[in-house]
Design a protein around this ligand. Structure first.
Ligand code: GLU
Length: 485
């Protein structure tokens, strides 16, 4: 019988989600959508010292913002919930207890100091580090002594001799010798479960069919398989594992804070569209089979297969992401572009959000749509239309106060004042014939001075369109004011 596809994204939000997490979530989502399966979102928050409610809320918000809607998980619910591991502690306790009764697991009373001492000895003797099995077969007497000493016990899984082999859907057959997979802790001394226990129990109980996750978790797989065995899970009911290649930084080291990794929250504030992030990340380690660089979410769900995930690491390239973001911005219908741009303008206090201001923004957006690669460029581009006490930026002042610029500005006033029709065409025609043809100036010089006078800055949307939007009176007032500087 073919198992229904159930894929999960299971972050431990110990900070804001980052590029690697999101690429995993995207592939999980795309695989579920491609197969008509179910996409589960599970929060792995058993490490209460590091996971906070704030990070959990941010993770939920980020996934929603990206459009990676889950079918089961926080806020949505589902048949196999709850989907926050902190709400499932009794389930893990039940299994840990069962494993002890079955003798698959045992209480270990070694103190952290003792473990460290023995690890040190292992290092010196050049043997593989890890738990040496000291508490595996304690007598009732020994246990009583340890308890009498007030020692706390952890629960440890017994790893039998031998090896674990499984087929990874991306890297093929993978084997781990158990001498490198020592007995591992399932439950801490305070009774809280560890990741390995919770993740394995949940993947089974939630009937997860495919575990697509980062390569960093490959080495935890034999431990999870050991938990499945102790749970008595039939081989056919093990999930299929697929470990996604690392995302590397430009320096070819794993992407990290050190070489450019930043949280998705940063990309959001910097004005990247979720569709651009998903488009770019989709192509990071996966290929649709051709060399296209633009892919929609719909196409991704149609084309995504695990077979096309590359097993070698992918390199993160910010320039490429920016180029894709620019493409996606250009492709936005005006109303959507407006909806994306407005929060950036209000946050930068360029507008307060009145209907009049929004109408001006709407008329101005088409002239900058071709020119920006990030939404956070919008405020600087449009602020000249809204500033109350207009002034030329300090760093541009010298470019309008020299004698040549003054000649340009004087002539511009002479030519523009009589215009009865104020459109970018009429403005351009007037300025071209006078400044370029008659005065013989280079466009960059001539229009540069007018641009600074009118917009206050060298960065602005196209000049003639800007002047049309600003209106004749304001444009002429600003040129006159610049002349008086
Ligand atoms: N919660 C784990 C982590 O964020 C991932 C769990 C998994 O995908 O197996 O590292």
């Amino acid at each position: 019988m073919v198992k229904p596809v159930r894929v999960r994204f299971a972050p431990s939000p110990t900070g804001d989600l980052h590029v690697g997490n999101i690429r995993t979530a995207l592939f999980d989502w795309a695989y579920a959508r491609h197969t008509g399966g179910t996409f589960l979102f599970r929060i792995e928050d058993t490490d209460t010292t590091r996971v906070t409610d704030e990070y959990i809320a941010a993770a939920i918000d980020t996934l929603r913002w990206l459009g990676l809607q889950w079918d089961e998980g926080p806020e949505v619910g589902g048949e196999y919930g709850p989907y926050l591991q902190s709400q499932r502690l009794d389930i893990y306790a039940h299994w840990a207890q069962k494993f002890i009764e079955q003798k698959d697991a045992y209480h270990c009373y070694c103190t952290p100091e003792e473990l460290e001492q023995r690890r040190e000895a292992q290092r010196e003797a050049h043997v593989a580090p890890g738990y040496d099995g000291k508490c595996r077969d304690l007598t009732a007497e020994q246990i009583a002594t340890y308890k009498g000493q007030g020692r706390e016990a952890v629960v440890r899984m017994r790893m039998p001799d031998g090896s674990t082999t499984f087929v990874d859907a991306i890297r093929g057959e993978v084997s781990f010798e158990h001498k490198f997979v020592p007995d591992f802790v399932l439950v801490r001394g305070d009774g809280s479960p560890l990741y390995t226990l919770a993740v394995a129990v949940d993947d089974i109980l939630m009937k997860v069919s495919h575990v697509l996750r980062g390569e960093d978790l490959l080495s935890s797989t034999p431990r999870q398989i050991r938990v499945y065995q102790a749970m008595g899970v039939a081989l056919d009911d093990y999930p299929t594992f697929a470990h996604l290649p690392f995302v590397m930084g430009q320096d070819n080291a794993k992407l990290s804070k050190r070489n450019g990794e930043v949280s998705i929250a940063w990309y959001r504030e910097a004005g990247f569209l979720p569709e651009a992030i998903c488009n770019y990340l989709a192509l990071l380690g996966w290929s649709p089979g051709d060399d296209r660089e633009n892919i929609t979410m719909k196409e991704l769900t149609e084309l995504f297969t695990v077979e096309r995930v590359n097993s070698s690491p992918a390199r993160f390239d910010m320039k490429k992401l920016e180029a894709i973001n620019g493409d996606k911005i250009r492709a936005l219908p005006l109303d959507e572009f407006l909806a994306w741009a407005l929060p950036f303008l209000t946050k930068a206090k360029v507008i307060s959000g009145t209907p009049e201001e929004i109408a001006v923004v709407k008329s101005a957006l088409p002239i900058i749509q071709e020119r920006i690669t990030r939404l956070n460029e919008v405020p600087a581009m449009l602020k000249f239309l809204f500033v109350k006490n207009f002034a030329v930026e300090a760093e541009s002042l010298s470019k309008v106060t020299d004698a040549a610029s003054k000649d340009v500005l004087k002539r511009a006033i002479t030519e523009l004042t009589p215009l009865t029709v104020w459109t970018h065409d009429s403005i351009e025609a007037a300025l071209r014939s006078s400044l370029i043809e008659e005065m013989g100036l280079k466009p960059r010089i001539a229009f540069g001075s007018v641009r600074i006078a009118v917009t206050g800055s060298t960065i602005s949307p196209p000049l003639f369109e800007s002047m049309e939007l600003l209106g004749k009176n304001a444009s002429l007032e600003r040129i006159s004011a610049a002349l008086a500087l």
